[in-house]
Design a protein around this ligand. Sequence first.
Ligand code: GDP
Ligand code: GDP
Length: 437
Amino acid sequence: MPKPVLAIVGRPNVGKSTIFNRIVGERVAIVEDLPGVTRDRIYSSGEWLNREFNLIDTGGIEIGDEPFLEQMREQAELAIKEADVIVFIVNGREGVTSADEEVAKILFRSKKPIVLGVNKIDNPDMQEQLYEFYSLGMGDPIGVSGAHGIGLGDLLDEVVSHFPNEEEDDYDQDTIRISLIGRPNVGKSSLVNAMLGEERVIVSNIPGTTRDAIDTPFTKDGQEYVLIDTAGMRKRGKVYESTEKYSVLRALKAIERSDVVLVVINAEEGIIEQDKKIAGYAHEAGRAVVIVVNKWDTLEKDDKTMQKFEQKIRDHFLFLSYAPILFVSAKTKQRLQHVLPKVEQVSENHNLRVPTNVLNDLVMDAVAMNPTPTDKGRRLKINYVTQVAVSPPTFVFFVNDPELMHFSYERFLENRLRDTFEFEGTPIKIIARKKNE
Ligand code: GDP
Ligand code: GDP
């Protein structure tokens, strides 16, 4: 597999070249730039934690007489097109500028992993300058000093963590990765076959690569999907014995590689303890979840059967209260046509980004409605809220004392978020952090 590519973007003078040179360990030859000619990207290689990667010198496209924002846009677009991970460098001494916000907007659209490095944090007591960069909505800013070589290890740790898995997975960012998990015999193979047999589903088969042997990429209505770890599921019988022991490790790995996990339950048998455990993995991994109750054809039904079954699921899977439930039959194909649209929708919710101002308005209203808790005479004070990540949506609440954020109040805030925005199918993370003044 090709080496992952890293790009460094940011305004002029924030310290990109300095950091670039640190990362490649001064091994880059100085490339003579013929004015107006050499607009080609320059690759250098770097290595961290035994992962080799290529670094694009996007600085090479800073051409003198183009308007500043145009240059930034070109730089960002090159990074988006070429890189697996983008490092966005800002200047910790200047704070967030409107140009930073412009670049952030362009970068967001890419859906590529972005690591935010705040440069020129030359000594530890400058750490608090980091906080205002949360407002860029790019997750935890990492303080670095290119000039002094501080913090670059943390930055690279984060970068490497976003590299595509070495063994597999170089699907496009827009591809929705789906895995089906559940006990043996619940009908996972049958569901896979039935879904792939649906109208307008086009299964792409590029033989010869390992990844296709375990995953099944397909397209429906212009949306690309891949079924993760379908090895054996598509061919039934000897290859995949339904009595095969359910491999927890294999399921965990599939979950980790997925955007959306279909938790499959057998309607005929009802819910058993093991189902809960399996579903718990998906929840803890922060994946979007759809509960699929299969073999719905086997039940004698009246007008309350579905409602009762749903209640049973809700009672057993308290932690998955956000997950939609579909009642289907792989055998009769009943309601199978709803599975992919639901997957597409929860995947969208999993990637939903709430603008910071809307978020803060909502939270202030919520606090007015239901005052924050107190403990020993001290009241929780929420200063500022920002969404720091998607998949799953993650919100950082800057507060006077994180200890005062009780579970029940966190629940209340989560519910307010869910009432206001479309978060069906996705877990939400709420993190309370102390506001450093
Ligand atoms: P770029 O062209 O935007 O990538 O920025 P450069 O790497 O050329 O750096 C711009 C200026 O910032 C130079 O004068 C650097 O010496 C200075 N600089 C770079 N990194 C740091 C740092 O970590 N701390 C301080 N104080 N200055 C830095
Ligand atoms: P897996 O072990 O989870 O992959 O389950 P399989 O897909 O191998 O299915 C196990 C058994 O259940 C097979 O005999 C299937 O024919 C049967 N089965 C799967 N889906 C349905 C369904 O929707 N209705 C009925 N009645 N049987 C099903």
